[in-house]
Design a binder for this molecule. Structure first.
Ligand code: ATP
Length: 198
């Protein structure tokens, strides 16, 4: 089984996430892409934090978008902030040590500063794709640096970049704007539950 872990806050999950995960699965013939929403500390943001179970539910609604898509509430169940390094090791213990790690270009640029970031780079193959706001040229330089310093392997999958982020979506919904870069089923869930209104 070829498995990739895709971590994030997914507050909410949007077309940018789906696009990256689907392309990763298709281009690298992955059997499973496991979305792992992060626990968010209620103290982290000044705005209201969406409960983990609701962020999981929104991901559940898009699992049909690709046959490889899976959801794990592992970090949510931990009920405390988790380090990606620990989470990857957890899944490596279950799915095999050659699991990959999907991340956006912006995350790739800072990965070496994360907790055990250089160990992540040494031990787990990374998959990324274009994201507006981060230069592809700089990201390729960073990937070369990771390879030279730590033997890291980064796969760049071809993506039609989707210019969207969760915080923009939250801001636009709160301003009463129509949001079309979230799947309709997620949009319906947000409306029904009155999320991101204030
Ligand atoms: P926020 O706006 O709240 O910071 P986000 O939209 O960046 O959230 P996250 O849940 O933090 O979403 O992202 C999870 C992962 O998905 C990260 O590695 C991020 O780089 C990547 N990602 C998010 N949006 C996109 C996008 N539009 N295109 C490509 N990758 C993306």
């Amino acid at each position: 089984m070829k498995t990739a872990i895709f971590g994030g806050t997914f507050d909410p999950v949007h077309e940018g996430h789906i696009n990256l995960a689907r392309q990763a699965a298709e281009c690298l013939s992955l059997d499973q892409v496991i979305f792992v929403p992060n626990y968010i500390s209620p103290f982290k943001r000044d705005t209201k934090v969406t409960p983990g179970e609701m962020r999981c539910e929104m991901i559940r609604l898009i699992l049909g978008r690709h046959r490889s898509f899976r959801l794990s509430d592992y970090e949510i169940r931990m009920d405390r902030p988790c380090y990606t390094w620990d989470t990857l090791n957890h899944f490596a213990g279950i799915c095999g040590k050659d699991i990959c790690f999907i991340l956006g270009l912006d995350s790739l640029m800072t990965l070496d500063t994360w907790y055990h970031g250089t160990d992540i780079i040494r031990n787990y193959r990374m998959i990324t794709g274009d994201r507006p706001g981060t230069s592809m040229e700089k990201a390729r330089e960073k990937a070369s640096e990771y390879h030279a310093k730590y033997g890291g392997q980064v796969d760049f999958v071809p993506l039609d970049p989707v210019d969207v982020s969760s915080h923009e979506i939250r801001r636009e919904i709160s301003a009463g704007m129509n949001e079309d870069l979230i799947p309709p089923e997620v949009k319906e869930y947000i409306e029904e539950n009155g999320l991101y209104k204030d």
